[in-house]
Design a protein around this ligand. Structure first.
Ligand SMILES: [Zn+2]
Length: 320
């Protein structure tokens, strides 16, 4: 079925600078080259509708972030290279890349809402799910998936948005954005305990949002069978109860066995089955509307193979 792919050369212009006192930083432009070169090499690229992103507006960014923080990031980039967090750096071009990442996420929502695409994969950087309302964190500047969720509500009037986050790290920023909000169900599967430290199973949402957060922490050494069982079991039950009108996916691929930033053992075959489960959620509840955003994934080869598997599974499976 029809899969669009958000891509821009400008995502390569963001640089994090040094990592932990000058060591190699894993969140590098080569990640996108590895993904897209593989899609070209295997002929998959030509089967995708390639979408050039537009920058997010101040209104879109301001739906999740304090506008003072947006201005702070813009000024920091102008003055860059600078570090905003111990592992999150910016250069002059980072503001453009970050606004394109969040803007591309909103365009992806527009595409699935207008039926111009069944599913959209956004090959963006910087990633987003650690970004808080007023702080950069964990390689993230703006919370792309959170901005997309707010866009789905504000521009398209949706009342129930689900965000599945299968990045190996808990999406603290996304959870905090919506933990009081019953209209956005945040579901995360992640290695625990691990960076950033949040995501215990007892974190289930707050106030009116109680019950609209589901954390499924996974131990080091868990792999395909445990991760698939979590998606098929408690997460599918939660989705079937919530009945989302759109499914957003924070698709990090750093739970892969070869990834240097985790101790979990997910394989490409695991990501294939996990993709099929999420497509099934979207098919049964959301008129197939599925937007998948790249988050982490730091072994270039494993990342490229995993994204290829994910996108080819979307192409094969997403239908109506
Ligand atoms: Zn991650």
């Amino acid at each position: 079925m029809k899969v669009s792919f958000v891509s821009s050369p400008d995502f390569r212009r963001h640089q994090n600078g040094s990592y932990e006192s000058g060591l190699y930083h894993p969140e590098i432009p080569d990640r996108l080259d590895a993904i897209e070169n593989r899609l070209h090499r295997l002929g998959l690229w030509d089967e995708l509708e390639i979408v050039e992103p537009m920058p997010a507006t101040a209104g879109q960014l301001g739906s999740v972030h304090d506008l003072d923080y947006v201005t702070y990031v813009e000024r920091a980039c102008e003055e860059g290279p600078l570090s905003l967090d111990y592992d999150t750096g910016v250069v002059r071009e980072s503001f453009l890349a970050a606004t394109l990442a969040a803007g591309g996420a909103c365009q992806a929502v527009d595409l699935v809402m207008s039926d111009a695409a069944d599913a959209v994969f956004c090959a963006v950087r910087p990633p987003g799910h650690h970004a808080e309302r007023d702080a950069a964190m964990g390689f993230c500047l703006f919370n792309n998936v959170a901005v997309a969720a707010e866009h789905a509500r504000r521009a398209h009037g949706l009342e129930r948005v689900a965000i599945l986050d299968w990045d190996v790290h808990h999406g603290n920023g996304t959870q905090h954005t919506f933990e009081h909000d019953p209209g956005v169900f945040y579901l995360s599967i992640h290695q625990f305990p691990h960076y950033p430290g949040t995501g215990d199973a007892t974190e289930r949402g707050l106030g009116a949002g109680e019950g609209a957060t589901l954390n499924v922490p996974m131990g080091a050494g868990t792999g395909d069978s445990e991760w698939i069982a979590a998606l098929e079991g408690p997460m599918t039950r939660a989705i079937d109860e919530f009945k989302p009108e759109i499914v957003l996916l924070s698709a990090g691929f750093d739970a892969h066995a070869e990834d240097p930033l985790s101790s979990t053992l997910v394989s490409e075959a695991g990501y294939r089955t996990m993709t099929e489960i999420v497509v099934d959620w979207a098919a049964r509840h959301s008129n197939c509307r599925l937007v998948s955003m790249l988050e982490g994934g730091y072994n270039l080869n494993a990342l490229a193979r995993s994204v290829e598997t994910h996108v080819s599974t979307l192409r094969r499976a997403s239908g109506r």
